[in-house]
Design a protein around this ligand. Structure first.
Ligand SMILES: C[S@@+](CC[C@H](N)C(=O)[O-])C[C@H]1O[C@@H](n2cnc3c(N)ncnc32)[C@H](O)[C@@H]1O
Length: 188
């Protein structure tokens, strides 16, 4: 099918933008699916900075990267993504977020509106021109609606001369299908 799910859409858009040698960020490392995906895209000259607040996420992701032989191009950081500015240089090509909690992990350690918006804001500053922030927003269930509602409101406030925001939503599906959002930076 052409229209599969928001995760696939996010990978499609990111792979159109990211090239060998780029610096990119996985803002919500979890089990490392996006860290691995990004590490393949940036090649051996590129760099992936990945963040999570759970040691378990770092341990699981480190193992995946070692198994894939790609650990040397990644920086796994045990800190909140709202502190991205402490670790990541300016001029990055893409930042990926999967909002919510780890499906088989602790449902109480999910992303939160205030820190997510702080991290998105800082990420947008660090992007190069034509760089993107790509989000997949999981909501409903234990995640509730507060974070989704807050970030969607925040996106509407972005200056259209500086950023283009695309919202990709399956509006006739049931059970809160994840929403993909892509923010493209139009200025240096
Ligand atoms: C939906 S999961 C990410 C799934 C991940 N992309 C994967 O491939 O498995 C969300 C993750 O965000 C993490 N998280 C929650 N608050 C965070 C924060 N402030 N900074 C960074 N990560 C955070 C959680 O610990 C959880 O692992």
């Amino acid at each position: 099918m052409l229209l599969t799910n928001s995760l696939n859409i996010s990978h499609e858009l990111v792979s159109k933008v990211v090239q060998h040698g780029d610096i990119v960020v996985d803002a919500t490392m979890g089990n490392g699916n996006d860290t691995l995906f990004l590490a393949k895209l940036v090649g051996d000259e590129g760099r992936v900075y990945a963040f999570d607040v759970q040691q378990l996420a770092l341990d699981n992701t480190r193992k995946r990267m070692v198994d894939a032989g790609l650990l040397d191009r990644t920086e796994l950081i045990l800190d909140g993504h709202q502190n991205i500015g402490k670790y990541v240089p300016k001029g990055i090509k893409a930042v990926m977020f999967n909002l919510g909690y780890l499906p088989k992990g602790d449902h109480n350690i999910g992303t939160k509106a205030a820190t997510t918006i702080a991290a998105i804001e800082k990420s947008m500053e660090l992007l190069c021109k034509a760089g993107i922030v790509m989000l997949v927003i999981y909501y409903g269930g234990d995640s509730g609606f507060d974070e989704k509602d807050a970030v969607m409101e925040y996106f509407k406030s972005l200056d259209c001369k500086k950023y283009t925001v695309l919202v990709h939503n399956f509006i006739n599906q049931v059970n809160c299908p994840p929403i993909a959002v892509c923010i493209e930076k139009m200025i240096d």
